[in-house]
Design a protein around this ligand. Structure first.
Ligand SMILES: [Zn+2]
Length: 173
């Protein structure tokens, strides 16, 4: 394993992960991102990445806006965090996301070595943490993010429900 030797990650080992007391404030930041997605007709899902008590990356779902099938909030937030930290290894970062990550995003979170993910609402149709797959608990993978859920769940679900009620049928997702 190559040692990280540049960027913010150089002081690894000194950064504490957020605890439940910080969950609501961090999820509110993710919800702000989710709401911004609606302006571009994108499904309102937002994510932020927190390191040492600071939000270092924030992103919204941009699939429609960017015509990018991989333009999920989590992927874009991971990319931004990598730039900010100066490494693809986000070993002292936590992700807050309004909806349970899909298989692609859960896989990217594992690859980025993110140690903690907090999601607001479960996604019964595509969620890859507890719903349709259990990527974070897959023993055969080499990294297992811890996760918490239910933080501001009703608000996270409401922005999605409001979007689908006024835009298009949820079946399209
Ligand atoms: Zn995703």
């Amino acid at each position: 394993m190559q040692k990280q030797s540049h960027g913010l990650a150089a002081d690894h080992g000194r950064v504490e992960l957020p605890g439940p007391a910080e969950d609501i404030a961090c999820m509110r930041a993710a919800l702000d991102e989710a709401r911004a997605a609606v302006e571009h007709e994108d499904v309102p899902i937002g994510a932020v990445i927190v390191r040492g008590g600071e939000v270092i990356a924030r992103a919204r779902n941009r699939r429609e806006e960017a015509r990018d099938p991989t333009g999920h909030a989590e992927i874009l937030a991971l990319r931004e965090a990598g730039e900010r930290v100066g490494s693809w290894r986000l070993t002292d970062c936590a992700m807050y996301v309004t909806l349970e990550p899909c298989v692609m995003c859960a896989g990217a979170i594992v690859l980025a070595r993110v140690p903690l993910v907090v999601f607001g609402a479960p996604d019964p149709k595509a969620g890859a943490v507890i719903s349709v797959a259990n990527v974070f608990d897959e023993r055969k993978l080499n990294h297992h993010p811890r996760w918490r859920t239910g933080v501001l769940r009703e608000e996270c679900e409401r922005v999605l429900r409001d979007f689908f009620a006024s835009h298009r049928p949820a079946a399209d997702e």
